[in-house]
Design a protein around this ligand. Structure first.
Ligand SMILES: [Zn+2]
Ligand SMILES: [Zn+2]
Ligand SMILES: [Zn+2]
Length: 213
């Protein structure tokens, strides 16, 4: 099959099924179809979209894109801000003051010396293995107790409406809000670098991230 839009020869499963077509599939490939859908969603012209999709790396943290699907159009109420990776997209949110505050809090939290509430693997009973931490956390007494007492996020200090147990592999650090849990993610050096990039992205503002530049 040759895509009518990009002109590339691709296997049939790279095209969406469509019973109205003689070939049984649409004549533009999935990638091009998605491209068009995104453009309509963001009211972008073809040139801008082509430019955005030709970017090789996240405009915010610099992570190289592997596939077209790694490219996320980041937009706020001020419009499209650039092509970035999905992790930066989630961290930046709408780039509000609160988004910035949470990113800053996550950076400080990751850089601080924190006490470990408990190590799941050292707890008695049940088969606690690091890979099963998520499943077992809520049953563990020290965690249940900490969770019960927690009223504010250990990271951003905002009042908790939902409580998430933040842990890295089997070390439990604290009870955090949904957003902070997501920002802290695996607490890898990569994630810290990404958060620092997101913080700078918001602080430096519009001129720092010119779409065409
Ligand atoms: Zn195509
Ligand atoms: Zn990124
Ligand atoms: Zn929080």
């Amino acid at each position: 099959m040759i895509c009518k839009k990009c002109g590339e020869e691709k296997p049939k499963d790279e095209f969406h099924k469509n019973h109205q077509m003689k070939s049984g599939v649409l004549n533009t490939c999935k990638v091009c179809g998605n491209f068009g859908r995104v453009a309509r969603q963001h009211s972008l012209d073809d040139d801008t979209l082509t430019f955005l999709y030709s970017q090789a790396a996240c405009r915010c943290c610099g992570t190289t894109f592997k596939t077209l699907y790694d490219r996320n159009i980041h937009h706020t109420e001020n419009g499209v801000q650039g092509i970035i990776c999905c992790r930066c997209n989630r961290s930046l949110g709408q780039e509000t003051e609160t988004d910035l505050l949470k990113i800053k809090a996550a950076v400080s939290y990751m850089q601080a010396d924190r006490a470990v509430i408990c190590r799941v693997s050292e707890l008695p009973a049940r088969k606690q293995t690091p890979s099963r931490v998520d499943i077992n956390l809520r049953h563990l007494k020290p965690i249940k107790d900490t969770k019960k007492k927690a009223t504010h996020c250990a990271c951003c200090e905002m009042e908790l409406t939902e409580k998430f147990v933040h842990h890295v592999v089997d070390e439990v650090y604290g009870i955090v809000c949904r957003r902070c849990n997501m920002l802290l993610s695996d607490e890898s050096p990569d994630q810290l670098d990404r958060l620092l990039a997101c913080r700078d992205w918001i602080i430096r503002g519009q001129e720092f991230r010119l779409i065409h530049g």
